[in-house]
Design a protein around this ligand. Structure first.
Ligand SMILES: [Zn+2]
Length: 146
């Protein structure tokens, strides 16, 4: 299970509520500094201005939703049988194009294909029962030989 599995919109941290609202619109938002454009996830003060850290200078903006697998592990067993149908699955840390790292699951491929450096993009999974959309990731299709 990834950190967000089973979460409902009513339960999410208020600080990152705009992130979850973006996912419902199928937008992947990061917290960006208006002064230097550095991106953060989750919400944080920009580390580049120690003189005047201020959330007023930060804003949630849509981003590419793309990155590369930075680390991964394949899960073969789960304690919660609600996820047994998804076994085996790949948990991964994705390094986003904008810089932050994001813990997630990689879907839509053989788990053996999930390797360090694999280009991936966000795959929005709507979960109407929980009033939420989950940020899973999938490999970016590459043009292959025909
Ligand atoms: Zn900054």
């Amino acid at each position: 299970m990834a950190w967000y599995d089973g979460v409902t919109l009513a339960e999410v941290d208020h600080e990152i509520l705009p992130f979850w609202e973006g996912l419902k619109r199928h937008e992947f938002l990061l917290f960006r500094c208006k002064r230097c454009a550095a991106c953060y996830w989750p919400a944080a003060y920009c580390r580049n201005h120690d003189d005047s850290p201020s959330l007023d200078e930060m804003e949630w903006v849509p981003t590419s939703g793309r990155g590369r697998v930075h680390a991964s592990v394949v899960v073969h067993q789960v304690a919660d049988q609600a996820y047994a149908d998804e076994l085996p699955y790949a948990l991964a840390i994705v390094e986003l194009e904008e810089g932050p790292v994001f813990p997630t699951r990689v879907i839509d491929c053989d788990v053996a294909a999930v390797r360090i450096g694999l280009p991936v993009e966000v795959a929005y999974r709507d979960v109407p029962a929980n009033d939420i959309t989950l940020p899973l990731f999938r490999p970016i299709p590459t043009p292959g030989p025909r």
